[in-house]
Design a protein around this ligand. Structure first.
Ligand code: NAI
Ligand code: MG
Length: 490
């Protein structure tokens, strides 16, 4: 059950297991995107506070610390305890997420369930991180040990606040790292609450630190820091490039990125149930209001079914109920802020100007809250801005294609490569597409099915490294090789 006005309990920085004000005393406003009201004010971290958090994390990472000397199986118990507490407070947390981000309550609950699944999945890894023994030349034995990378900076966005936290805390804690997390300035509340739960679960001082603040100050302080060993970033490609430069200019810290996308979904005329295909494509782009890095924002439909597909997609988009995320009849909430809303409306204008056919939506709803009506464009061509740039809003572009070769080449003609989808009943077509497409995830007859067990991440400018699965854990590990001479005689 949703809690309509969840009490805001934590608004300060979380450093060394304590909530503390920013050294500067500064605070920033947290806004409810559904009403544009101020929810609360949160302490604003800058470089000094990041320094304090890093010092706490570094101390917690010392080889003699409680964290480093703890059995790996005990780390797993702490992670499970954290999950028990998230489950205890799930309705509260989902309400907090809906208030702060604007996503409908049912979706927030889904995000929380997935958060728990992800952290439990990684808890299972804690005592299963193994090295190998290597048959090397001569009288030597060589073995590898997997060790935590160290103090990790984690910078997350606002579109899935608590889920992005889980994707980053899960593998970092399983590996044995210590964390300095900077949540988005637009959605800091769920991270602060989870910080409090981590203390209640019993994580030692300094293992988890949360420092809300702005990108150019707190975010940059993380990516430029000389005593952070790795930074994991999710957000725009432009900021990803800045983080990489900062890593290079400071201490060559390891970087992993999950960045933007312009993901294609391709529907062949042998898709079987057309309504199901329409539904998959609609959900692929409209879920989370289109504020999704994997959003299926280029929908390629084979020519013989194109007109009917467009008709049914418009009907589906028009059925969406846009409104208060706490209202059970709503199926879509507001965009995150005015900047994003204006940006999405500008893209819609560009689509109209460049000759795409606006089939439905295309406007803001009301004058309070950042609601944009689900929008469908047909007759979209590859050169149009709406087919090239990440919109990050509820805008579906439907393009027409005729052959497999053509559609793979067109789908690949982008600087992004995060995700893709193909809908067909022919396994050969699905396999040919899956091999030809340059993207980190390919979904066949489904879309955006991210599971804790399977890695996700981007080709090209959509990312570096992977999150989730064993591949995601590997990003938080160093490999140490220990080589021992075997005496030839006693
Ligand atoms: P952003 O990339 O600016 O924000 C993401 C995170 O990076 C936030 O925590 C922010 O504070 C931080 N950040 C910003 N500047 C930084 C810097 N110089 N150094 C270190 N950290 C910094 O994304 P924004 O402006 O909120 O959204 C712009 C566009 O980015 C969206 O319209 C969308 O296209 C894309 N985006 C993609 C996301 C994804 O999941 N791949 C998530 C959020 C945005
Ligand atoms: Mg920004």
């Amino acid at each position: 059950m949703a809690i309509h006005n969840p009490e805001i309990k934590y608004t300060k920085l979380f450093i060394n297991n304590e909530f503390v004000a920013a050294e500067s005393g500064k605070e920033f406003e947290v806004i409810n995107p559904s009403t544009e009201d101020v929810i609360c004010r949160v302490s604003e971290a800058d470089k000094h506070d990041v320094d304090k958090a890093v010092a706490a994390a570094r101390k917690a990472f010392h080889r003699t610390s409680q964290w480093r000397t703890m059995d790996a199986s005990q780390r797993a118990i702490l992670m499970h305890k954290l999950c028990d507490l998230i489950e205890r407070d799930m309705n509260y947390l989902a309400s907090l997420e809906s208030l702060d981000n604007g996503k409908i309550f049912a979706d927030s609950l889904g995000d929380l369930e997935y958060t728990v699944k992800t952290i439990r999945y990684y808890a299972g890894w804690c005592d299963k991180v193994q090295g190998v023994t290597i048959p090397c030349d001569g009288d030597f034995i060589s073995m590898t040990r997997k060790e935590p990378v160290g103090v990790v900076g984690q910078i997350i966005p606002w579109n899935y606040p608590v889920m992005m936290l889980a994707w980053k805390w899960g593998p970092a804690l399983a590996a044995g790292c210590c964390i300095v997390m900077k949540p988005s300035e637009l959605t800091p509340l769920s991270a602060l609450y989870l910080a409090a739960l981590s203390k209640e679960a019993g994580f030692p001082d300094g293992v988890i630190n949360v420092v809300p603040g702005f990108g150019p100050s707190a975010g940059a302080a993380v990516s430029e820091h000389h005593d952070i060993d790795k930074v994991a970033f999710t957000g725009s490609t432009a900021v990803g490039a800045l983080v990489m430069q900062a890593a290079g200019k400071s201490n060559l810290k390891r970087v992993t990125f999950e960045l933007g996308g312009k993901s294609p979904i391709v529907v062949f005329d042998d898709c079987g149930d057309l309504d199901e295909a329409v539904d998959t494509c609609h959900g692929g782009v409209m879920n989370n209001h289109g504020q999704n890095c994997c959003a299926a924002s280029r929908c390629y439909v084979q020519e013989s079914i194109y007109d009917e597909f467009v008709k049914r997609s418009v009907a589906m988009a028009s059925k969406r109920v846009i409104g208060d995320p706490f209202d059970e009849s709503s199926t879509m909430g507001p965009l995150i802020n005015r900047v994003q809303m204006d940006k999405v409306l500008r893209y819609i204008e560009s689509g109209k100007k460049e000759g795409a056919k606006l089939e439905c939506g295309g406007i803001r709803k009301g004058s309070k809250g950042f609601f944009v009506v689900p929008t469908v464009f047909s007759n979209v061509t590859d050169e149009m801005t709406i087919a090239k740039e990440e919109i990050f809003g509820p805008v579906q572009s439907i393009l027409k294609f005729s052959t497999m070769d053509e559609v793979i080449d067109r789908a690949n003609k982008t600087t992004y490569g995060l995700a893709s989808g193909v809908i067909t009943k022919d396994i050969n077509k699905a396999l040919m597409f899956a091999q030809g497409i340059k993207s980190g995830s390919v979904w066949v007859n489904t879309y955006d099915l991210c599971q804790p067990q399977s890695p996700v991440g981007g080709y090209k400018q959509s990312g570096q490294g992977r999150e989730l699965g064993e591949a995601g854990l590997e990003e938080y590990l160093e490999t140490k090789t220990i080589t021992i001479k075997i005496p030839s005689k006693f």
